[in-house]
Ligand binder design. Structure first.
Ligand code: AVI
Length: 322
């Protein structure tokens, strides 16, 4: 998501080599999102079991007044900058409310994909004729660094959808600390966190009976076949997901159903899989409120306000530089 297409290709090959040479084997979920992976993720977000999207939408729909007051207590205009906007549909709910309250607003999605930015701009321009939409293409940090630090307007960075859950703790602190460095003292960071809850609710969200999450994971093997010239037979792998309530993380794996060898042409290598050998695919970390505060402090922020859905399954947390 964060490299140019050429670099992405070689980084992809390198990461696949490193992951499949490891013990245990792993593949990075950051590569899930090719066209088909992005389509499958849209499908996941509509599944009855996958509650995070609905929870965040409920927070934005029901608490937009409170959110606006928290983002701009004095009614001053601000610049919304979204990291990893997806289709922008949840953000659109907030934008609609802000514009209805005559907020002087600009919206800048940041993405590496021009296609994604074109689609988002078209949607937002068509829906909100008075909104200034300024898409920014490239790597999050270089773009943020290139934005003038003190424009006099508050910048509000959005990192929604519990995307942070796909980073481990060190990577999360590193990511937030880097954001802190490119933010002014008056800017804010608004982040979606999925909360720890009944483990059965979480486990079901990552193991839907329709098999969409399984297809989402297996699609990475299809991507490796296509882009790196591999010969994975998808019928010889199955999706397995667990929620570990002590670590508070959902983890997904692809399990080799038999002893097999897979060839990857562009790496000039074959990889042996044992019967029932697991390939670690994705971590989806869940959080408690103390863990969120602790993450904020460790990254140079403090929690300014938290917003919850009615089930308290999910939290959008507003952070200010410390
Ligand atoms: C994008 N990310 C926050 C999703 C999650 O919940 O970890 C990706 C996902 N994986 C399986 N289902 C959804």
């Amino acid at each position: 998501m964060q490299n140019s297409p050429e670099k992405e290709m070689s980084a992809f090959a390198e990461d696949v080599l490193r992951g499949l040479s490891g013990t245990p084997k792993f593949l990075s979920s950051r590569y899930f999102y090719d066209d088909e992976g992005s389509r499958l993720f849209q499908e996941i977000m509509r599944l009855p079991e996958y509650y995070p999207t609905r929870c965040e939408l409920e927070i934005f729909s029901e608490q937009s007044d409170d959110i606006l007051r928290a983002l701009s207590p004095d009614g001053a205009g601000f610049d919304l900058i979204e990291l990893g906007a997806g289709d922008g549909s949840k953000t659109a709910v907030l934008v609609e409310h802000f514009l209805a309250n005559a907020v002087d607003l600009s919206y800048s999605p940041i993405d590496i994909s021009q296609q994604a930015l074109d689609n988002l701009s078209a949607t937002f321009n068509a829906r909100f004729s008075t909104l200034t939409v300024e898409p920014l293409r490239g790597d999050y940090f270089s773009i943020l660094r290139s934005l003038k630090k003190d424009t006099g307007r508050r910048k509000i960075l959005l990192f929604l959808g519990s995307n942070i859950g796909n980073f481990d703790r060190d990577a999360s602190i590193d990511f937030f600390s880097q954001l802190r460095e490119v933010m002014s003292d008056n800017d804010l960071l608004f982040i979606g966190f999925d909360l720890h809850k009944d483990p059965r609710v979480i486990a079901a969200a990552y193991d839907d009976p329709q098999g969409v999450t399984a297809a989402f994971n297996l699609n990475l093997l299809t991507r490796i076949n296509r882009e790196l010239g591999a010969n994975f037979d998808l019928s010889k792998f199955s999706h397995y997901a667990v929620y570990r309530p002590v670590e508070k993380s959902a983890r997904s794996f692809l399990i080799s159903r038999e002893i097999q060898t897979v060839k990857i042409e562009s790496l000039g290598r074959t990889f042996a899989f044992d019967e029932w050998e697991a390939v670690f695919m994705e971590i989806s970390q869940k959080y408690t409120l103390p863990a969120i505060s602790e993450l904020a402090v460790a990254s140079g922020f403090k929690v300014s306000q938290n917003f919850f859905d009615s089930d308290r399954y999910y939290c959008d947390s507003l952070w200010q530089p410390n």
